[in-house]
Design a protein around this ligand. Structure first.
Ligand code: SF4
Length: 341
């Protein structure tokens, strides 16, 4: 079996606060293969973004306890020095944030921000770095890139700013790109353009992508593999086809059931998941999802509130739930039958 490009093993990211320890990520493992896109999906506070900040080494070191392994091309990032992480960030791994306006400096031109990143990692001359910035703006579809390179962020539309941030993230041809809800603030047409752009760039460069979102519709467009997070843990994993076509976990059924679909009768309301995401300060005992789950009665021996279900994977596919495989298959079939194709 080949070694994965990125391997995360039993990752725990705990924050100390005045009220106690927040277990933002609590025993998470996954792999990202070269050239593939892993979609990480879950509600706010499920630990998606914290996981990725830990991969980049951008967590608050003073108040964060991190344990486990994050291995990128054979190098454990959790034991890497700050200097080494700085070299890797932007060069080998890079990130696109949700809010381009907050992430770009309002005081510097778009071109300068892209070219400085390039110069820092390659030592290129000012002229070569500016040429590279123009080339990158062209590559991400900015019209008249040789003129717009001298614009400030406020002179770009929201979609163009997001493209500029993608240009900045890709300027050094990173091997791993982490995109954290990069299209959430954009209208659907621009959202589709940005996702097409990421897919085209991935085909050109073979970059591996981690795409974080709360939206399974976006996952359906962009991911190869899917990891569903809840309460700081993975509750379901598989290929996109497996997770979206034959989901195995009650939380994934809930997420899919709360999503509008083409062909759904307009007079049938969506079914949101009842309740709210768990507190990570005082998470529920047993299965973290049990206070919101409609299937606890189906599990023998009242194990849901007392015993944490393990994530059992076969060939990278599985779910963390006490329901038997037979029960899950039956409920999944009922769920699929209740949804328009
Ligand atoms: Fe629901 Fe129990 Fe499965 Fe958790 S373990 S998802 S509470 S049935």
């Amino acid at each position: 079996m080949s070694t994965p490009f990125l391997s995360v093993r039993d990752l725990r990211v705990h924050f100390s606060t005045e009220d106690g320890t927040v277990k933002a990520v609590d025993g998470l493992s996954f792999d990202v293969e070269q050239g593939r896109t892993l979609g990480i999906v879950g509600e706010s506070g499920s630990g998606k973004s914290v996981t990725n900040l830990a991969i980049l080494g951008l967590h608050d070191r003073e108040h964060t306890a991190i344990d486990g392994e994050i291995v990128l091309e054979g190098r454990d990032l959790l034991t890497a020095s700050e200097r080494e992480l700085e070299r890797l960030r932007g060069n080998t791994m890079s990130m696109i944030f949700q809010d381009a306006l907050a992430s770009l400096s309002p005081y510097h031109t778009i071109g300068r921000q892209i070219s400085e990143t390039y110069r820092k990692h390659t030592g290129a001359s000012r002229k070569a770095a500016r040429d590279r910035a123009v080339e990158m703006l062209k590559r991400v579809g900015i019209p008249q890139p040789d003129l717009r390179v001298d614009d400030y962020p406020h002179q770009f539309s929201g979609g163009m700013r997001q493209r500029a941030m993608i240009a900045m993230a890709l300027v050094c041809d990173p091997e791993l790109l982490i995109a954290d809800e990069p299209t959430t603030a954009l209208d659907v047409t621009v959202q589709a353009q940005i996702m097409d752009l990421l897919q085209d760039l991935q085909q050109e460069t073979g970059t591996s992508i981690i795409f974080i979102t709360h939206d399974l519709g976006v996952i359906a467009d962009i991911a190869d593999d899917v990891l569903v997070m809840y309460g700081g843990r993975c509750v379901e994993r598989g290929t996109k086809k497996e997770v979206l076509r034959a989901p195995q976990h009650p939380y994934t059924w809930g997420l899919l059931g709360s999503m509008p679909r083409l062909g759904s009768p307009v007079d049938v309301p969506l079914s949101p998941i009842p309740g709210t995401p768990p507190s990570l300060l005082n998470p529920p005992t047993g299965c973290c999802f049990h206070p919101r789950c409609a299937f606890t009665e189906q599990v023998e021996g009242a194990r849901c509130p007392t015993l944490r279900p393990p994530l059992e994977l076969v060939d990278g596919r599985g779910a963390a739930c006490h329901l038997t495989a037979g029960q899950r298959a039956g409920f999944a079939a009922d769920f699929a039958a209740s949804r328009p194709q």
